[in-house]
Design a protein around this ligand. Structure first.
Ligand SMILES: [Zn+2]
Length: 59
């Protein structure tokens, strides 16, 4: 088969972007920006769908 095989299937939920940093707009006392890190709940931050059978969504 001339198909390119993927070593690890990419997570469908986050497309491989398992961790996203969100800039909140607030700043720390030293001037750096405060960011929130959100990890994909489906792949638990791995970016692959290997263990993504169970999906938990927390509101
Ligand atoms: Zn994911």
């Amino acid at each position: 088969m001339p198909q390119h095989a993927q070593n690890a299937p990419v997570c469908r939920d986050c497309d491989g972007f398992s961790t996203v940093a969100i800039t909140t707009g607030t700043r720390h006392r030293d001037g750096t920006r405060a960011t929130l890190r959100v990890t994909c709940p489906a792949c638990k931050g791995t970016g692959t769908a290997r263990h993504a059978r169970t999906q938990e969504v927390h509101a």
